[in-house]
Write a protein that binds this ligand. Structure first.
Ligand SMILES: [Zn+2]
Length: 169
């Protein structure tokens, strides 16, 4: 199956994703397809719902933003601990094109997940990876970054959407 990037307000983005019981070829293929799409659109993270599939898979590659990490592929990721406050930063999303806003996020996280080989892994970090991982796990729970921004920022988002509609007719 060929997968493509989907964007807001597609309902798939609002649904809670299912846990994966077995890592078969379709999951491996999905991981590879997601990687292709993420690099094509120059994203630093991508979750399966963003390609129209509501299962708990996400990938992150911070590239130059956080050199401590390469490509991380996470199946059934679960944030076990989340503490502190990350300093203000602009967040964006491939599924919410051309809009950026600060989002309140924890600083330190401990996240556990299963890799493509079925091995359980844990990452503890308080770097930028932490923010991106929180954004991606949100996707698996049907939450977008625009759901976490202030009412004023939401109003900016709505006017941004109106302008986009005018532009595209
Ligand atoms: Zn996103």
């Amino acid at each position: 199956m060929k997968v493509e990037l989907i964007t807001y307000p597609n309902k798939i983005l609002k649904a809670k994703s299912e846990e994966i019981k077995k890592i078969d070829d379709s999951i491996i293929k999905l991981l590879d397809n997601m990687k292709e799409i993420m690099y094509k659109y120059k994203g630093i993270g991508l979750a399966a719902p963003q390609v129209g599939i509501n299962i708990r898979v996400t990938i992150i590659d911070l590239q130059k933003n956080d050199p401590g990490f390469g490509l991380v592929e996470m199946i059934n990721p679960e944030i076990l601990e989340n503490a502190g406050e990350f300093e203000e930063h602009e967040e964006g999303c491939l599924s919410v094109p051309d809009f950026y806003s600060p989002v309140p996020r924890g600083k330190y996280i401990k996240i556990k997940y299963i890799d493509r080989k079925g091995e359980e892994r844990t990452i503890e970090t308080d770097t930028f990876f932490s923010v991106v991982a929180q954004h991606e796990v949100d996707h698996l729970n049907g939450i977008l970054f625009i759901d976490r921004i202030s009412p004023l920022r939401k109003e900016l988002f709505r006017s941004h959407r109106r302008k986009m509609h005018l532009k595209t007719g």
